[in-house]
Each structure stands twice: as structure tokens, then as C-alpha cells.
Design a protein around this ligand. Structure first.
Ligand code: KIV
Ligand code: NA
Length: 264
């Protein structure tokens, strides 16, 4: 059997060839991403992208496990990382371990990801010491949307940069094998990348990060309005709309199904 990419292998990619990461939430999408990416993230963005929630706050552990299982079935090479949803890990290291262990055991994924800087460092240490690789996530952390007052680019005031760098250092020192840096000023992202010994994975951050990640549906052009940092590498939404419109027209004018599409 093909061996999957491991957390230590990702950690070793600091300053090396950029790490290619994308989200996926379903088996067929995971199979497509698996052919090209090092890391597949089952992001809690699935709450908004797949389930139509207004934020990631309503995402449950059960949703993450169900989509994590689908992504594992659809892939066999990339490392699969599963987001810990809001409320499943913040209370205490023991709570985080209990829930992260469930995610690992029921999906077979290679790691979990959780949001937060220095305040989450003891939890990250607790998990890593007990066999659960952790990807950290600093900068714009969407689960904090209610305290941030929306999805806002972080570090616009350089006076705040030392605190963000300290957050990244704290999670790296606690044993995180990589750190997602989201929605920050480019120069701050560069400071963070230079400050820590494990890879940074940027999203709305900097081309100098050790890797990049995007939400798959966003980069494929399957979602509506997207942030400035998303490049649409495809326009699958437009293609899907045209295909669905063509189907509707063909049904209405009875040109579908045609003779070749019927059992005669
Ligand atoms: O939930 C998600 O998709 C994420 C990535 C955008 C980093 O956390
Ligand atoms: Na997330």
C-alpha cells in the first residue's frame, strides 16, 4: 500500500520546496486533490461551504468525523488533517485530547488542526506528547469571528506584530508540526516564517510562507463572493450553471433523453 505523507515529513519541509495544501470535504474531491497535494485539510470551513452555515461556529465533531472519513476513503497518499471544531478543544487539554483522539481513531487521519496562539500552547503540548500531531492556526482565526467582529485582516497595526510572532513561536515550541498563517499583512507573515523552525502554511499571508493552502471550492470558482486572497484557478461554478441550464432546456423541449440514451 502507498504510504501517506507524515507529520515529521511536513515538519522537515521548512525552507524547502513549498508544501501544497488544499481543503477537501468529500471522497471524490479528496481523490482529485490527492493526485497533486501534500496535505488535504478537512477544514471546518465545510460548515459554510457545504452546509450553508453563516460561520464555522455551528460545526460539530460529528460533522468533522463524517467528512474526515469520506476524505480518507477518497485519498491514499496525501496527509489528511482534520480541523477541531469550535467548542471541542478550548476548555482544557483533557477535553481536547478526548475529542482529538476520537477524530484520529474514527477517521484514521494523520493530524488535527486547532486555532489559537500562546493560549493554546499547553493544549498542543498535551496532544503531541500523547501521540496526536497538531497543525496550529494563527492570525485570522475564523472561530473567533464573534470576538474579532467579523473576518478581518490581522496585523494592520505593526504595533500588534510582536504578539502574533509570539503566538507562532509558542505553538511551534509546544510541538506543532506546522502553522497555518491566515489573513495577515505580508510583512507580518514573513516575520512569522523567519521566527519559527516549523513550516508556515499561508492563506492570505505571503508567497514566502513554507506552503500555501486555499479552500478548494473557492479556488475552483464554486463559491460566490471570495476574499481578496483567493485566486480562482477555475470557473467550475459557471460551467455547472451552464450544464444545469442546458439540462433544464433539454428536458423542457424533450430532446433529452435521446434514442442513444434509451433501452430499446
Ligand atoms: O477551515 C479551513 O478551511 C481552514 C483553512 C482555510 C486554513 O482552516
Ligand atoms: Na478552519
Amino acid at each position: 500500500p502507498v504510504r501517506r505523507v507524515t507529520a515529521p515529513q511536513i515538519a522537515d519541509r521548512k525552507g524547502a520546496a513549498p508544501i501544497v495544501a488544499l481543503t477537501a470535504y468529500t471522497a471524490p474531491m479528496a481523490a482529485m486533490v490527492d493526485a497533486h497535494a501534500d496535505v488535504i485539510l478537512v477544514g471546518d470551513s465545510l460548515g459554510m461551504v457545504v452546509h450553508g452555515l453563516p460561520s464555522t461556529i455551528g460545526v460539530t465533531l460529528e460533522m468533522m468525523i463524517l467528512h474526515g472519513q469520506a476524505v480518507m476513503r477518497g485519498s491514499d497518499r496525501a496527509m489528511v488533517v482534520i480541523d477541531m471544531p469550535f467548542g471541542s478543544y478550548e476548555e482544557a487539554p483533557e477535553q481536547a485530547f478526548r475529542n482529538a483522539a476520537r477524530v484520529m481513531a474514527q477517521t484514521g487521519a494523520g493530524a488535527v488542526k486547532l486555532e489559537g496562539g500562546a493560549r493554546m500552547a499547553p493544549t498542543i503540548r498535551f496532544l503531541v506528547d500523547r501521540g496526536i500531531p497538531v497543525m496550529a492556526h494563527v492570525g485570522l482565526t475564523p472561530q473567533a469571528t464573534n470576538t474579532m467582529g467579523g473576518f478581518k485582516t490581522q496585523g494592520r497595526d505593526p504595533a500588534t506584530w510582536p504578539a502574533f510572532v509570539a503566538d507562532a513561536r509558542a505553538v511551534a515550541d509546544a510541538g506543532a508540526f506546522s502553522v497555518v498563517v491566515e489573513g495577515v499583512m505580508e510583512a507580518l507573515a514573513d516575520q512569522i516564517t523567519d521566527a519559527i523552525a516549523v513550516p508556515t502554511i499561508g492563506i492570505g499571508a505571503s508567497a514566502r510562507c513554507d506552503g500555501q493552502i486555499l479552500v478548494l471550492d473557492d479556488m475552483l470558482g464554486l463559491s460566490g463572493r471570495v476574499p481578496r486572497f483567493v485566486r480562482r484557478f477555475g470557473e467550475l461554478g459557471k460551467e455547472a450553471d451552464q450544464a444545469i441550464a442546458a439540462y433544464a432546456a433539454a428536458v423542457r423541449d424533450r430532446s433529452f433523453p435521446a434514442a442513444a440514451e434509451l433501452y430499446r
